[in-house]
Design a protein around this ligand. Sequence first.
Ligand code: COA
Length: 391
Amino acid sequence: MTERYSQITGWGKYAPPQVLTNADLEKMVDTSDEWIVTRTGIRERHIVGPGETNATMSVAAARQALDVAGLAPKDVDLIVVATSSPDHFLPSVASQVQYQLGAECPAFAITAGCTGFVYALATAHQFIATGAYQRVLVIGSEVISPFVNWQDRDTCVLFGDGAGAVVLEASVQPAGVLSFVLGSDGSGGEHLIIRGGGSVYPPSHEMIEDKAMYIEMNGREVFKFATRILGEAALQAVERAGLTLDDVDLLIPHQANLRIIELAARHLGLPMQKVVVNLDRYGNTSAASIPIALVEALEEGRIRDGMNICMVAFGGGLTWAAAVVRWGQPAQPVEWPLVWRFAPAGQKLSMAAARVRLHARQLADVASYHAGSLLLPLYTFAGLRKPPRNK
Ligand code: COA
């Protein structure tokens, strides 16, 4: 069987128009623009306004990505949304994106903290590599601002809201996603946590007074972890792609802290000209940070065909992930494998058959219920007529 690759053929991003600057934060907590810029590199971040949700931002980014790819929502076979700040526990934000976009396909969300987008990209790539799907919409979207304690200077200066999306399409060209590395170490879970709101600590007055619905972070531990893992994960992904660090044309790291990015680049021996940094204008947008940075790099003309791009992320969990993508548009559309080609039609047929069976069973249930009610007086009468048993 021909090897199937998955290439990025569309991309889009959305950042809420409302901007919160370091100067604004100076009025809210005991901090300074100078502290935030020197310790993190962040100058401003975007925050959702009325009517903006995780789903609406995802849809805005996805529509752009579909336009670039020249596709309609109905052409999408699967939607994967990476997020740690969904609009609701239920339904999944991915289903709301599918509905609002007007797509007719399965959809699910992935939670892997700030690492989520690379996890989602690797997942989508698997569906394409197996031949199950041709076109997958991969979205990283976060509305973190409601989960930030705006009185806690340790965390509130770091985060921002936003969304980024890519279309991943099947291709026979040896390009697109060349490799990926995924990792998790739950022993560090408490270093970046929202303690309340889940089943362990459900919403209650006590939970709210405890401020357990907000992000809590051990900044120093996360910093140490991040500086170690970014270099390791990126190097592993590069080697798995059969490349060396010299072959990497562009590094797109998770945008959390400029110092973390600079240290990772130094460990990898990559000059900062090869590194995408945009956190000064977005802050840490968690799972949205890599796709937003990718889109900006494309808009700035920093990405050309044949380039090897390494995306690398770390986040809550603790988790990490890296992927190497060789840039290039598919030269020719890839044939859908025969076994999968008739899958959508087969699925529609079997859904119709299931619906018919269900209606038949409902009809039978209703009929037997009414028959039972009609026969009840007869049973009662027969019961009364029964001769008394001999004692
Ligand atoms: N403004 C002013 N002072 C602040 C501050 C703020 N916004 N936030 C913290 N400080 C203070 C601390 O209270 C501390 O004061 P103290 O020494 O009197 O206790 C001092 O600054 C230094 O704190 P420290 O934690 O050593 O700072 P740092 O240089 O490690 O930077 C982070 C803090 C959070 C920026 C850094 O640790 C970091 O980026 N960690 C990783 C976080 C991350 O990436 N999270 C997301 C993961 S996806």
